[in-house]
Write a protein that binds this ligand. Structure first.
Ligand code: NAP
Length: 336
């Protein structure tokens, strides 16, 4: 990415999602809040804010409903706040069961919640926290909601959508520089146990796993019913850096002040991925509004080996928690 980010075109006028139900994770601030706002002005009928902090989510719900633009565009919108803490699988599973009990349909899922911590911390699952929040919980959420997304697609005759908030920062991953894994060493285990990683690489590692998983998903699961993609909005002026230690926050915020895009523009990029772009984006990361060519390392023999390991390890872990879809056994993304 150039230092000065290129302009972002606004969404085409007239996007109308009335009658649709959408979920946004991490909807309390930053990009997720702005995605929520824009979904409402695009007339989404039911919006579910999936948040870890219920009082904060409730305050956001009330603020959104009282915004003049929302009241004018979508006076009958319903917004529901449901608990989802992406730090643990149980919370994701509980969210899905509550959602399914209340809603029959799901048209749009934005898996957006994310963190970028510098120090090593483990989530209650035993996985490194960035990996759990930014990657593993998104996989579980997506797989657990696939049956609902598929049923809705069948009913409406058009694919439903899953869009993850990704990052071109995945190219800073520690996995790329790593010599071939020791025989038998698993990728997830390695990331959970690695102690001394350079700053920010845990975030990059988590976002690389997202890219690898979606690329492999598209080889096993076609886009006929559900289109799954992700987008990178470039640097965005959000609270994400607030958790950094002061000696990092000050320089990062200085760069942000010059370079970062507004959350509003980031949400244009998000909605482009989820409602404007088509099946050609299935399994792919959009950089701004265009599909990115996968990073050279991913295309290398080692990258492809790691991609398959990540897929197998992740699916192996998910198998104990969710009914997996019938995968395309040829692995070519074509229906069987
Ligand atoms: N900002 C950037 O430059 C940039 C660039 C590329 C990609 N991204 C990605 O954009 C996404 C949104 O980040 P942002 O920039 O909008 O940052 P943000 O302002 O810090 O928002 C993060 C959101 O995620 C929620 N969240 C964090 N941990 C959670 C958990 N364990 N369970 C549920 N929700 C959780 C936060 O909830 P609370 O309000 O409760 O904290 C908040 O709503 C992330 O996936 C991030 O990686 C950001």
């Amino acid at each position: 990415m150039p230092f000065f980010l290129p302009p972002v075109p606004a969404l085409p006028p007239g996007i109308d999602r009335s009658g649709k139900t959408a979920i946004v994770t991490g909807a309390t601030q930053g990009i997720g809040l702005e995605i929520s706002r824009q979904l409402l002005t695009c007339k989404v009928s039911n919006l579910v804010l999936a948040v870890r902090n219920l009082p904060k989510g409730e305050a956001v719900r009330q603020a959104l409903l009282s915004e003049p633009a929302v009241k004018t565009a979508n006076p009958n919108a319903t917004i529901q706040v449901l608990k989802l803490d992406a730090e643990n699988y149980e919370s994701v599973q509980h969210f899905v069961s509550v959602f399914k009990a209340e809603f029959h349909d799901l048209h749009l899922l934005f898996a957006n919640a994310g963190i970028g911590t510098a120090a090593k911390e483990l989530a209650s699952s035993g996985h490194e926290k960035n990996i759990q929040v930014n990657y593993l919980s998104n996989v579980l959420l997506t797989l657990a909601l696939l049956p609902t997304l598929e049923t809705t697609a069948t009913k409406t005759g058009e694919p439903t959508r899953v869009t993850w908030t990704g990052s071109r920062g995945h190219k800073q991953s520690s996995l790329a520089g790593k010599p071939s894994s020791k025989k038998g060493e698993q990728v997830l285990k390695h990331l959970d146990t690695a102690d001394a990683l350079p700053m920010f690489t845990r975030y990059a590692d988590s976002k690389l796993l997202c890219v690898l998983f979606q690329l492999e998903l598209a080889r096993h699961y076609g886009p006929d019913k559900v289109i799954v993609n992700s987008f990178c909005p470039g640097m965005v002026d959000t609270g994400m850096t607030d958790v950094l230690p002061i000696y990092l926050r000050v320089p990062v915020n200085a760069v942000k002040a010059i370079r970062a895009r507004s959350p509003k523009k980031a949400a244009w990029i998000a909605l482009n991925a989820a409602v404007v772009a088509g099946a050609e984006t299935h399994g792919r990361l959009l950089g701004d509004m265009a599909v990115e060519e996968p990073w050279e390392w991913i295309k290398s023999e080692e990258g492809q080996r790691v991609q398959k390991m990540v897929w197998n390890e992740t699916i192996g872990e998910m198998a104990g928690m969710v009914d997996l879809p019938v995968w395309d056994i040829n692995g070519d993304g074509m229906p069987q």
